[in-house]
Design a protein around this ligand. Structure first.
Ligand code: FES
Length: 186
């Protein structure tokens, strides 16, 4: 159930006590499901982040070598729901639940948490944000678990939990309710 790490550099970063809050193991992520509250210590973030997690099938979504900074790549997830698309992006700066050497690779739903507006193509590299949503202008902070920066949405953008193995990136679960679903069911 634990994250599989290939390179020594990734291992040392992942297991460094000072970085424990930035790279949850899959086990701790799942233990946080069901409404547990976890405090993030990312710079400037004082509020609690409510984690409602669901484990989905483990799916390869990208290779580390193919990801380029600030260039999001879309993928379908969960695999049995073609209406649900996510994007993975290498932010170039540390982010909550980020993976990789810099903990800067994250993935989120393309469906706005407010009313499902399509967020595809709205990535803002200068702010590491997604949006504004074309329907009601919500913008989400990708460095802080998809928290709302501004707009009508009240829920964070659902974030995919990622794992790295043999240079590949896998999605293994989702934190938050994907728009259009009644529950976090696979
Ligand atoms: S659907 Fe995105 S802000 Fe309303």
């Amino acid at each position: 159930m634990d994250i599989k790490i290939e390179s020594e550099s990734e291992l040392s970063e992942t297991e460094s006590p000072g970085n424990e809050h930035l790279c949850m193991s899959r086990r701790s992520f799942l233990l946080a499901g069901g409404g547990a509250v976890v405090l993030s210590t990312l710079p400037g973030m004082a509020s609690a982040v409510k984690l409602v997690a669901k484990e989905y099938p483990r799916v390869k979504i990208a290779s580390l070598k193919d990801l380029k900074t600030d260039q999001p790549v879309d993928f379908s997830y969960p695999p049995n729901n073609p209406m649900s698309t996510f994007f993975i992006v290498k932010l170039g700066e540390e982010a909550g639940m980020g993976v990789g050497r810099k903990k800067d690779i994250v993935a989120f739903s393309n469906l706005c948490s407010h009313m499902g507006g399509p967020l595809n193509g709205t990535y803002k590299a200068e702010h590491k944000a997604m949006g504004p949503c074309p329907l009601h202008l919500t913008t989400f902070d990708l460095t802080r678990h998809g928290m709302v920066i501004s707009g009508h949405a009240t829920e964070s953008l659902p974030q995919a939990q990622l794992e790295i193995s043999h240079g590949n990136i896998y999605a293994v679960g989702v934190m938050g309710l994907i728009y259009g679903q009644h529950d976090n069911l696979a």
